[in-house]
Design a protein around this ligand. Sequence first.
Ligand SMILES: Cc1cc2nc3c(=O)[nH]c(=O)nc-3n(C[C@H](O)[C@H](O)[C@H](O)COP(=O)(O)OP(=O)(O)OC[C@H]3O[C@@H](n4cnc5c(N)ncnc54)[C@H](O)[C@@H]3O)c2cc1C
Length: 303
Amino acid sequence: MADLEKYLKKIHDLSYEKNVPLSGYTTWRVGGPADFFVVVKSKKALFELVKIVVDGSVPFFVIGNGSNLLVSDAGFRGVVARLGGDLAKVLCGDDEIFAGGGVLLSHVIVEAARSGLSGLEFAFGIPGTVGGGVMTNAGAFSGCLSDVLLYVRALDLKGSEKTYERFEKRYRHPLIPSDEIVIEASFRMRKASTEEVEKKLDEIRKSRKKTQPWGMATAGSVFKNPEEAPAGRLIEECGLKGMRLGNAKVSEIHANFIINTGGARASEIYDLIQLIRSSVMKKFGIALEREIQLVGFPVEGES
Ligand SMILES: Cc1cc2nc3c(=O)[nH]c(=O)nc-3n(C[C@H](O)[C@H](O)[C@H](O)COP(=O)(O)OP(=O)(O)OC[C@H]3O[C@@H](n4cnc5c(N)ncnc54)[C@H](O)[C@@H]3O)c2cc1C
């Protein structure tokens, strides 16, 4: 770790800062500092970075838009990398769209609409990146990324580039090995008029505004929906809507969302998550599984 900065300085297309609060990079607006926050702007730079962190056994984590993460108040001891530059570009083809792992899905969808390409509208309003979406098989409105992906290019920790073309449709589950980095993806699209695509986007926007806390500091659904019933309904039936721990609160609009009402600590959100799990277990005998991922917590499993 001592030499890390020396190595980082040598990589072109990479910028870094030290002791960066991750609260600025998560939609929950919580999370302590990362020792190093790195923005990687080319494939070559990413390959070099991976070699350095693997050779030096430096803890390493790729962050997308931080919209599915609870980062601890202590932060992350190691390197947090974000993909930018060449790794966050979008290119529209005739019936296909190519997107870097670091680009926001919303940006891909807006570009698609502009180019008269339909197929990804279901993902409108999911505030994640292509990489984060591939790692969670992001989905909504009966669609998910595995339905429309043509290929994913990824980098493994040994420094090999891989291409994946077959994806198992699993609910909120990584579509490629979870220790690999999504460099690029391509989506199957079809020609449509811009007006047609925008009309669908508008309907989705309205539906989300009605059913979810819009514009608040959240990480979307905290728990996966178990087979028995939607997690939100189970939580609501435990009487937990509006439940507060410090500045963390169960949304009154959608009980599977926890809101940071301002200045919440990650520990308050974490404790509220535990309280919800134990309440649902007690009332229904159902073990809710987290959809959001924990970063920088001592034990990264369910407790
Ligand atoms: C208001 C709101 C609404 C939401 N609605 C939905 C919804 O309808 N459907 C849904 O599925 N989700 C929803 N989410 C959750 C979230 O947006 C998705 O899970 C999203 O796919 C996460 O993407 P991200 O870029 O923010 O990833 P992050 O949260 O930054 O990271 C998630 C995981 O992906 C990994 N990762 C990120 N980028 C890469 C990469 N390039 N290579 C390898 N690994 C990577 C991270 O290491 C981490 O393990 C919602 C969230 C919010 C805040």
